[in-house]
Design a protein around this ligand. Structure first.
Ligand code: ZN
Length: 406
């Protein structure tokens, strides 16, 4: 007799479950929010009696996408900077004109809690329309005790209201705010002595992050902050080696960070440190060099060849990657990083999940959370092939289908 279940998906071109058995399955059953069986459509239809059935109509079924690096807490975009860049104005001059990260900070500080929540929800909705079912979200445009706490609370409230699983990261170390420009050490004091204890007391972040770069934080300052964060029980996710190699990768590895992200300026010794660690993930953000008109990309092929665990993310933010779309990031991963379709998709599903410590997400093997997408693609080679198109036809979170507007 057929066993009852919550949801049955059948008639898929294939189900990408990331199991090692190399079987091609075309149907799946879910119960109590979890995947309980995979098989061919006839077998699954015969063995399971579902409350709901979804016909994939020959589309590709993949795990729900996971964006492991995003900055969703901002209020307005910075589109005018796009024109300045086209005219050859560089990063530093943009900051001198009142643009850059500190311009986002001014707007976030002026926004009410309701406004912040409105914008974070809007950003989560944009991500979900493009297949993101869970994500990591950073604060970092507040840079004061009050505004960083408000940003993290907006992330938590938006996650609850949108039903998205979100891992929040405290990015108080994004930039030295204007009022501390002449006394950066005082800002690091504020981070360690006031902000981190307040964030941890409220339980609103799982990780801490710092941007190690000329014009942002030095290695010494970053190490102080990262060490404080570890002492407070937070995980580390680090921005390093974007424009200059300052030793951030080695520091991230030494401190056991979950990930070190960007890596466009990664050297061979940094790569070696990551390969030896085998624990710290390389966060690949392939839309960023494109958006910044930068020639240098992260050495993704070398990283993969060295066996470094990795994820691929959007780095969704108003200044250097204004896209909520992981399928679009997959296109850039294939073009600029020379990843295969399979490598790109793994990096935004199982790789992303593992970097966040989520063992039941990012794959569709029995026991996984039943978070999945039906894509309007005939096979995996088409993932990240087209750009400017949204392949998401249907989405399921926890075994429940969601209405999609692709
Ligand atoms: Zn970032």
């Amino acid at each position: 007799m057929a066993e009852s279940c919550q949801l049955l998906v059948h008639n898929a071109a294939a189900i990408v479950d990331w199991s090692a058995d190399n079987q091609t399955y075309t149907a799946l059953a879910a119960k109590d929010g979890k995947v309980v069986a995979l098989g061919d459509s006839r077998e699954i239809l015969a063995n399971w009696k579902p409350k709901q059935t979804m016909d994939a109509h020959g589309g590709l079924v993949v795990p729900g996408l996971i964006d492991a690096h995003t900055h969703p807490v901002f209020v307005v975009g910075r589109a005018e900077e796009f024109d300045w860049r086209a005219q050859g104005v560089d990063y530093l001059e943009i900051a001198q004109r009142g643009g850059g990260i500190l311009s986002s900070v001014r707007h976030v500080r002026a926004a009410s809690a309701e406004e912040l929540l409105f914008h974070v929800r809007r950003h989560f909705q944009g991500m979900r329309q493009h297949g993101t079912t869970a994500l990591e979200a950073k604060s970092g445009y507040g840079l004061s005790v009050e505004s960083e706490l408000a940003s993290l609370k907006a992330i938590q409230a938006a996650a609850d209201e949108e039903g998205m699983q979100v891992s929040a990261t405290f990015l108080g170390g994004h930039m030295i705010p204007q009022e501390y420009r002449e006394q950066p050490e005082d800002y690091v004091d504020l981070l360690c002595k006031e902000m981190l204890p307040a964030v941890v007391e409220q339980g609103i972040a799982q990780a801490a992050d710092v941007f190690i770069e000329e014009g942002a934080f030095s290695l010494v300052q970053a190490r102080r902050f990262a060490t404080c964060a570890l002492e407070h029980g937070l995980q580390l996710r680090i921005h390093a080696d974007q424009f200059h190699e300052l030793g951030g990768v080695q520091m991230a590895v030494e401190l056991g960070a979950q990930s070190v992200d960007h890596l466009e300026a990664l050297s061979d010794s940094g790569l070696e440190a990551l390969a030896l660690s085998g624990q710290t993930f390389a966060g690949l953000l392939p839309t960023v060099p494109h958006f910044l008109r930068q020639k240098q990309d992260a050495p993704a092929r070398k990283l993969l060849q060295a066996g470094v665990p990795y994820f691929v993310a959007t780095d969704f933010n108003p200044g250097s990657s204004y896209t909520p779309s992981l399928p679009e990031a997959a296109h850039f991963a294939r073009i600029r990083l020379n990843l295969t379709a399979e490598e790109a998709l793994w990096g935004m599903t199982e790789g992303a999940a593992k970097s966040l410590g989520w063992s039941q997400k990012g794959h569709l093997r029995p026991g996984a959370d039943a978070d999945l997408l039906i894509l309007d693609l005939p096979d995996l080679f088409h993932f990240g092939y087209a750009f400017g198109e949204n392949p998401v036809r249907a989405m399921v979170i926890g075994g429940e289908p969601l209405a999609c507007s692709s």
